[in-house]
Design a protein around this ligand. Structure first.
Ligand code: GLV
Ligand code: MN
Ligand code: MN
Length: 406
């Protein structure tokens, strides 16, 4: 019998080697690393009997043609990682989807309906201050203005896509017809400890949290650290520090809210000069959109007040927003049955605090998500790990779910 857990683990190892140098996996969109993983994925898609093409948002689409009813079922995830991330967040869902379709082909049990595996380019949003570009393009909700955003080297998303051989001006043409989109499934590591604590390999997601991101620019005045009197300083970093502390306080005191300052850039960033410029990011997440929006208003008011008191100018721009999304009950129940068959246990249901391409796909069609247990519940670090046994359970559950697609 084919050991799909072992095969998927080997494929994930090969993919993890495709990374920028440094700890863990760093694979950003529209880079040589992205191109190299697409070559590996194309080979496995072909083995699974899928035709494939790259769309103009950089999504590799592997298609099982099917011969039954009209419409297409989508199953996907993302190829990109955070900087110094792990080998599973994102790309595992693509590997498992291809393996599940190959297993069904080998068993002569391929789904009747067309199924497309979508390997999205950019879900993490670490290179440009936006995210979910590929899934939004498929859903028909991508805002072409994001093409003008720049990365930390000043490269626009548009230029990076063109360099990658894509035609970003055609991004609006990728949108699928909601009338023929049967549904979307994403399989992902849990990125938390719930499944491990419950001692189960798989879980079914009930809803995905909402998220927004801001870029905050603080402008003060630099000067000599020894001679500039304290009372007349316009220190941008001191203003930033007050904001960072408030972001944390607010989330500590608001049940369900997560708030993070993940990036901080200081200029001139020298030991004996007062900081003149600070650029930082604020990211807010919550299962309840109203709670997140209230937190956003509070932090904008706070940022302007606290920096104004110090003579520092403050500009806070929202660069990204994705509302919370519930998973669709019928698909979720079908997935829970497949998980039950694979694991011999009633499927555990849990919400997702991470965002996913499924959030964007929800604008196209009903969505569902399956989580796979990860060791120590960790993610976005090189320590991410999923056992071969759990990969095997996941292939089994996905293939059981997909086999019902007639
Ligand atoms: C993606 O992993 C995110 O939730 O930021
Ligand atoms: Mn991630
Ligand atoms: Mn992910």
């Amino acid at each position: 019998m084919t050991n799909w857990g072992r095969i998927c683990a080997e494929r994930l190892n090969a993919l993890a080697r495709v990374s920028e140098p440094g700890p863990g996996v760093t694979r950003l969109p529209f880079t040589p690393e992205h191109a190299a993983v697409l070559d590996l994925l194309r080979g496995w898609m072909a083995e699974a009997g899928l035709t494939h093409h790259l769309d103009d948002a950089g999504t590799l689409v592997g298609r099982h043609v099917g011969d039954g009813r009209k419409g297409t079922f989508y199953i996907g995830s993302h190829q990109d990682s955070v900087r110094e991330g792990g080998a599973f967040d994102g790309i595992m869902g693509i590997v498992l989807a291809i393996a599940a379709l190959q297993k069904l082909k080998d068993e002569g049990a391929s789904p009747d309906c067309p199924v497309e595996v979508l390997a999205f380019a950019d879900e993490e949003g670490v290179r440009w201050p936006t995210a979910l570009v590929g899934s939004r393009a498929v859903a028909g909700t991508v805002d072409p203005a994001v093409l003008d955003m720049t990365d930390r080297d000043g490269v626009t998303l548009r230029a990076a896509m063109e360099e990658f051989g894509l035609a970003p001006e055609r991004i609006g043409k990728i949108a699928r017809d909601p009338a023929t989109a049967l549904g979307y499934l994403e399989c992902h590591i849990e990125q938390g400890p719930v499944l491990e604590q419950a001692d189960v390999p798989l879980g079914v997601v009930t809803a995905i949290c909402g998220i927004e991101r801001h870029v905050v620019t603080l402008t003060g005045e630099t000067g000599h650290a020894g001679t500039l009197p304290m009372a007349t300083r316009r220190d941008a970093l001191v203003g930033a520090a007050a904001l960072v502390a408030e972001v944390d306080r607010l989330a500590q005191e608001t049940e369900g809210l997560r708030a993070t300052v993940g990036e901080l850039h200081v200029a001139p960033n020298v030991v004996n000069a007062v900081p003149r410029d600070v650029r930082l990011t604020v990211e807010l997440r919550a299962p309840d959109d109203a709670m997140r929006e209230e937190a956003s208003r509070h932090l904008q008011d706070f940022a302007h007040r606290v920096t104004g008191n110090r003579g520092v100018d403050c500009d806070m721009q929202r660069s990204y927003r994705q509302p919370a999304q519930p998973c669709e009950p019928l698909l979720t129940n079908a997935l829970a049955r497949a998980v039950g068959i694979s694991t011999g246990r009633t499927a555990l249901r849990l919400p997702s605090g991470a965002t996913h391409d499924a959030s964007a796909m929800a604008d196209l069609c009903p969505i569902s998500m399956m989580f796979v247990r990860c060791r120590n519940g960790v993610s976005h670090t090189p320590d991410e790990h999923v056992s071969r046994e759990d990969l095997e359970h996941a292939v089994e559950a996905l293939s059981t779910f997909l086999a019902q697609m007639t």
